[in-house]
Design a protein around this ligand. Structure first.
Ligand SMILES: Nc1nc2c(c(=O)[nH]1)N[C@H]1C(S)=C(S)[C@@H](COP(=O)(O)O)O[C@H]1N2
Ligand SMILES: [Mo]
Length: 425
C-alpha cells in the first residue's frame, strides 16, 4: 500500500490491486479523517431517531435477525485522482487507488427505517460513527437523501467479503451506498437520524461539494456555489502494462484494466485505443462480472508491429450512455477525476524510469513540530504542492481545528511551507 498519511491512517491501493476482482483487506484502501476508534461490543448499539414513529436502539444481533441482503459494490473516495489535477488542490494526493471492490452483506437501510416507522416528512438520514474529532474540528457526520436511503441497494453492512467488517473499514457496522462516492459510507456506525430538513453541518455544507458545471482551472468558489458529491462517474483504469514499460515489436501484449460506474451502472462497454486516440475498438469485458455497482475487468490483445512510443487509452461507458472525458474537469477540492485512462509504452525501446523523488525537506521553523505535527505526521504536509494563498488557508483551517500557532511563527510557517511544498516542488 502507498502510505499517504500515517496518523490518521490513509492508505492507497497499488495499481496491481485492480487485478483482484474482490479486493482483499490487505489491498483495501483506508481513508480516515481522524484516528480509528476502538469499538467496545459490550456497549455498542445503533440508535435510530429523528422523524420516526418509534425510535430504536438495535444490537448487532437484532440486525442479524433481520432479512440479509448481499451485493458487490466499489467503494471509491470522491478524492480519488485528486493528485492528478492541475493546478493542484489541497488534500490527500490520491492517484488511482482510493478504491476497492467488495461483496457487502447486511440489512437494507430501508427495512430499518420502516421498522422505526419513518415519517413521510423525512428528507435526509444523518449518519454518525464512533470516531471522535481531533482538537476543535467538527465531528465527521454525513447525510444522504431519503430517496437514496430508501433505495433497496443501500445497506447497513456487517460483512465484507464474507467476514465481519474489518476494524479499519468500520466494524461492526458501516453504511454502504452503492453507486455513490464513499464519503457517505459512514464507518463504525452508531446513529441514524431522520431529518426533516437538509443537515447544515460542516461535512455537508463545507466539505464534499463540487460545482454543478465545469469551471476554469483555479476558480475560487464558495460552498453555496457548489452541491454535495453524490454518484460516482463512469471510469476505467489501465493497470497493465504500466507507464513507461518496454514492449518487443511483434510480441503479443494483453492490455488489462478495470472499469466501474455510479448510479447509472453497470459498465456496458470499454473502448481501447493503441494509437494515441486515433482509432478505438471494443475491449473484452469479463462476462461473470456484470453487476450494477461492482467493477468489471477488461482486456484487449495488441500486437505492436512497429517500434515507437505509443499511448494506450481506455474509455468506459455506462448503461445510460455516459462516457469518460478526455480533459479533466477541475474543481476546488479535486473530486470526481474520471479522465480516460492513458499509459505510454516504448515499443522496441528502453523502459523509461520515473524520476527519483527529491531528498527530505528541512525541518520546520520555530515550534512547527508541536504546532503542526501533533495530530498528524509530516507526510500529510509534504505531499502537497500549494500556492502561498492555499497554504495561508491551510494554516487558518488548522488553527480553526485547534493548531496552536504563535503570532510570530505564522509568517515563518507560511514561508517554510510555500518554499518547500509550493507548486512544482
Ligand atoms: N466514521 C467515518 N466514516 C467514514 C470516514 C471517516 O473518516 N469516519 N471516511 C469516509 C471516507 S471520505 C471514505 S473515502 C471511506 C473510506 O472507507 P475505507 O477506509 O473502508 O476504504 O469511508 C468513509 N466513512
Ligand atoms: Mo473519501
Amino acid at each position: 500500500m502507498k502510505v499517504l498519511s500515517t496518523r490518521p491512517e490513509d492508505l492507497e491501493m497499488p495499481l496491481s490491486g485492480f487485478s483482484d476482482y474482490l479486493t482483499p483487506v490487505e489491498h483495501f484502501f483506508v481513508r480516515t479523517h481522524v484516528y480509528e476508534p476502538k469499538v467496545d461490543m459490550a456497549s455498542w448499539s445503533l440508535k435510530v431517531e429523528g422523524a420516526v414513529a418509534t425510535p430504536l436502539t438495535l444490537s448487532l444481533d437484532d440486525l442479524r435477525k433481520m432479512p440479509a441482503h448481499e451485493l458487490i459494490a466499489v467503494t471509491e473516495c470522491a478524492g480519488n485522482g485528486r493528485g492528478l489535477y492541475d493546478p493542484q488542490v489541497p488534500g490527500l494526493q490520491w492517484t488511482t487507488g482510493s478504491i476497492a471492490n467488495a461483496r457487502w452483506r447486511g440489512v437494507r437501510l430501508a427495512d430499518v427505517l420502516r421498522k422505526a416507522g419513518v415519517k413521510s416528512s423525512g428528507v435526509e438520514t444523518l449518519f454518525d460513527g464512533a470516531d471522535v474529532p481531533l482538537g476543535t474540528m467538527q465531528d465527521f457526520r454525513r447525510s444522504i437523501t431519503i430517496k437514496k436511503a430508501l433505495d433497496e441497494n443501500t445497506l447497513l453492512a456487517y460483512e465484507m467479503n464474507g467476514a465481519p467488517i474489518p476494524q479499519k473499514h468500520g466494524f461492526p457496522l458501516r453504511v454502504v451506498v452503492p453507486g455513490w462516492a464513499s464519503d457517505s459510507w459512514v464507518k463504525w456506525l452508531t446513529s441514524i437520524n431522520v431529518l426533516e430538513k437538509e443537515w447544515d453541518g460542516f461535512w455537508m455544507k463545507n466539505a464534499y461539494r463540487q460545482p454543478t458545471h465545469p469551471v476554469a482551472p483555479g476558480t475560487a468558489l464558495t460552498p453555496d456555489q457548489m452541491v454535495p458529491v453524490t454518484s460516482l462517474r463512469v471510469k476505467s483504469v489501465i493497470w497493465s502494462p504500466v507507464a513507461g514499460a518496454s514492449v518487443a515489436p511483434g510480441s503479443r501484449l494483453t492490455i488489462r484494466g478495470t472499469a466501474w460506474a455510479g448510479d447509472q451502472g453497470p459498465v456496458t462497454g470499454v473502448q481501447v485505443s493503441v494509437d494515441n486516440g486515433r482509432t478505438w475498438r471494443g475491449a473484452d469485458l469479463a462476462r461473470d462480472q456484470y453487476t450494477q455497482f461492482g467493477w468489471r475487468q477488461f482486456q484487449y490483445e495488441w500486437v505492436p508491429r512497429d517500434a515507437g512510443y505509443y499511448t494506450i487509452m481506455a474509455r468506459a461507458n455506462d448503461a445510460n450512455g455516459n462516457t469518460q472525458p478526455f480533459e479533466p474537469e477541475w474543481n476546488p477540492s479535486g473530486y470526481g477525476w474520471n479522465v480516460a485512462s492513458s499509459v505510454a509504452v516504448n515499443v522496441g525501446g528502453e523502459p523509461s524510469r520515473p524520476a527519483q523523488s527529491a531528498s527530505a525537506p528541512p525541518a520546520g521553523p520555530g515550534d512547527f513540530r508541536s504546532a503542526c505535527l501533533s495530530c498528524h505526521e509530516v507526510n500529510v504536509i509534504t505531499q502537497q504542492h500549494l500556492t502561498r494563498a492555499q497554504w495561508d488557508r491551510e494554516i487558518t483551517k488548522m488553527t480553526n481545528w485547534g493548531a496552536q500557532v504563535k503570532p510570530e511563527d505564522r509568517d515563518r510557517f507560511l514561508d517554510y511551507l510555500f518554499s518547500n511544498f509550493g507548486p512544482g516542488k
